[in-house]
Design a protein around this ligand. Structure first.
Ligand SMILES: NC(=O)C1=CN([C@@H]2O[C@H](COP(=O)(O)OP(=O)(O)OC[C@H]3O[C@@H](n4cnc5c(N)ncnc54)[C@H](OP(=O)(O)O)[C@@H]3O)[C@@H](O)[C@H]2O)C=CC1
Ligand SMILES: CC(C)(CO)C(=O)C(=O)O
Length: 305
């Protein structure tokens, strides 16, 4: 397949490495245009993969069958909008990020639109290499009716970076993942701790899960408070040693994905006339942290890192 990977950070480089290995014709797409991009990945087995791949080639983009979007949620709609005029109408666009709400920011598209969530874990080391710490599962599925027929994409992606599973009702899976991000990300950022250490704040975890379950129910997704609480508890246990992505962003004074996590939940609650005070409170606490270092940056670059 002809593939463009938009965003060549931690997750993007895992995909670039895996797709090239399978013989696909792949390029990266960088924010600051360059003719090549570096892939430098250390696999969970300690294997080092170093590649130089083409990047930002307009002809390659125009011939792409798949645009794989591995950006932070707040970077997605702006980046896709600038590329849309150059994409074929049948180029599948797969959004692979934490949180929800990017779809609503995009204009109506002729292209088949898909969404994915992943439990792979990777981070950029001080030396710049991407350390792939955990081999997880990626779930993908259609957001638009014209994407329902391309379930074979899951197989193609599975061969490159297993495991990949197709879910017809991907929105429901994304909401369940949103529940764990509404709990783990802001709590770890507020208490400045690893994921496993938030188990002690059980009252807050329960309140957050109750609120997410209530909003999900109004959104039409079948779930229960108990099942969400169980799922979130399992995620806390299985990622106990992790530093959440939100805490990493806060520590590095970067823009967080809070607007697409707790912020999205708060916005959907408002649409349904529901009150979600615990999610609202955590949302505001994280925004205050962002504003604080945003202000510190004023007069310097004036931009988010
Ligand atoms: N890393 C992980 O383990 C996991 C990540 N996720 C989710 O996956 C998503 C991606 O995360 P991750 O890979 O860690 O993030 P990164 O920040 O590592 O990667 C994003 C990349 O996109 C680049 N970028 C930003 N804006 C643009 C643009 N307009 N055009 C092209 N490139 C751009 C950034 O470059 P620059 O820095 O130059 O702006 C950066 O290299 C997030 O939603 C995250 O929450 C989910 C599960 C696990
Ligand atoms: C599930 C969790 C919380 C794992 O760390 C995550 O997705 C993140 O850190 O963003």
């Amino acid at each position: 397949m002809n593939i463009t990977v938009l965003g060549c950070g931690a997750i993007g480089q895992l995909w670039l490495a895996g797709l090239v290995r399978q013989g696909h014709n792949v390029q990266g797409w960088l924010r600051v245009p360059q003719s090549s991009c570096t892939v430098d990945v250390v696999t969970p087995q300690g294997e080092i993969v170093q590649l130089q791949l083409p990047a930002n080639n307009a002809l390659h983009l125009a011939g792409s069958d798949l645009l794989l979007v591995t950006l932070k949620a707040w970077q997605v709609s702006g980046a896709i909008r600038t590329l849309l005029p150059q994409l074929r109408a049948d180029c599948a666009i797969l959004l692979l990020h934490n949180g929800l709400g990017t779809r609503e920011e995009l204009p109506p598209l002729p292209q088949p639109l898909l969404q994915g969530i992943t439990t792979h874990a990777a981070y950029r080391s001080d030396g710049g290499s991407i350390i792939h710490v955990y081999n997880g599962t990626t779930r993908i599925g259609p957001l638009t009716p014209n994407a329902q027929s391309i379930s074979h994409l899951a197989e193609v992606l599975h061969d490159a970076l297993p495991d990949v599973a197709w879910h017809n009702n991907i929105a429901a899976s994304c909401w369940i993942k949103l529940a764990s991000n509404c709990v783990i990300n802001p709590l770890t950022a507020v208490y400045d701790c690893r994921n496993g250490e938030i188990e002690q704040y059980i009252d807050q975890i329960e309140a957050l899960c109750r609120e997410v379950a209530m909003v999900m129910d109004r959104e039409g997704y079948h779930t229960s408070y108990e099942s969400l609480l169980f799922y979130v508890g399992q995620t806390i246990k299985s990622t106990a040693g992790n530093t959440s992505s939100m805490l990493q962003d806060i520590r590095a004074q970067r823009h967080t994905e809070i607007d697409y996590i707790s912020g999205y939940l708060v916005r959907r609650a408002r649409v349904h006339g529901l009150s979600v005070p615990e999610n609202q409170r955590l949302y505001e606490l994280i925004k205050q942290k962002e504003d604080h270092y945003g202000r510190l940056g004023d007069g310097m670059s004036g931009e988010w890192e």
